[in-house]
Write a protein that binds this ligand. Structure first.
Ligand code: SF4
Ligand code: SF4
Length: 227
């Protein structure tokens, strides 16, 4: 993010309203691997599509290296590189449970000092007409913005901690460490099915605590070995 970009908190109104994306689906095509899916996206897609996470990964997502880890992203397909969920009318067929980055566009997220703020990706939305003012919270449209943001922050810093550790490794060890860390993340947070009848956040934090205690016991056993 450029340093000069203005940051906003979720209760602020910003000029991004685009008349329900009338006649436009530009941000649903040609996006490459950039629409990265987080565990909450997987939970909602599993629930909305009635599919297993393995099926989700096989049919609707792709795995790619992104910012130092291998993570799933929404799949684009065909000559126009369209999102697999874009229907023939040029509308999103999973609008009610579309991923977080789709809900966010054309906003970006900025994480700093354990907090999350938003900025406008100037010029990114190509839809026609004047932009109207919309409250960021309403634009994102999640039931509990505080809980959702809390999850995003914890997920961001969890991944960031892993990336920092692998980035500090010598080149010859980096690739295998990234692969091992990514496989672990995929198994723990994506491919182990969520109970869609239960609250996502409780299940996510159980998993996060379990990986934290696994890491603590590995660190403790390494210390014992060093003694
Ligand atoms: S999931 Fe929906 S909103 Fe997101 S890129 Fe695909 S069609 Fe567009
Ligand atoms: S580019 Fe803007 S107007 Fe077009 S689909 Fe995306 S958000 Fe809607």
């Amino acid at each position: 993010m450029a340093a000069a970009e203005e940051l906003f908190e979720f209760y602020k109104k910003v000029r991004i309203g685009c008349c329900d994306c009338r006649d436009c689906s530009d941000c649903c095509q040609g996006m490459g691997n950039s629409i990265i899916l987080d565990p909450f996206d997987f939970y909602k897609l599993e629930k909305g599509l009635f599919v297993t996470p393995a099926k989700l990964l096989e049919s609707y997502a792709s795995l790619n290296v992104n910012d130092g880890l291998i993570l799933p992203n929404l799949r684009m397909s065909g000559g126009k590189e369209q999102c697999v969920f874009l229907n023939e009318e040029g509308r999103c067929s999973i609008h009610g449970f579309r991923p977080g980055l789709c809900r966010l566009f054309p906003l970006g997220r900025d994480y700093k000092d354990g907090k999350l703020a938003y900025f406008i990706l100037e010029g990114a939305c190509s839809g026609p007409g004047e932009r109207t003012k919309v409250k960021i919270e309403d634009w994102i449209g999640e039931a509990s913005i505080e809980k959702y943001q809390g999850f995003l922050i914890d997920w961001h810093y969890y991944l960031r901690g892993i990336k920092e550790k692998t980035a500090a490794l010598p080149d010859e060890a980096w690739e295998s460490a990234v692969k091992a860390a990514s496989v672990n993340i995929l198994e723990k947070f994506y491919l182990t099915p969520y109970d869609c009848q239960k609250n996502f956040y409780d299940q996510f934090y159980e998993r996060l605590e379990s990986v934290a205690s696994e890491r603590a016991s590995v660190a403790a056993s390494e210390e014992v070995k060093l003694c």
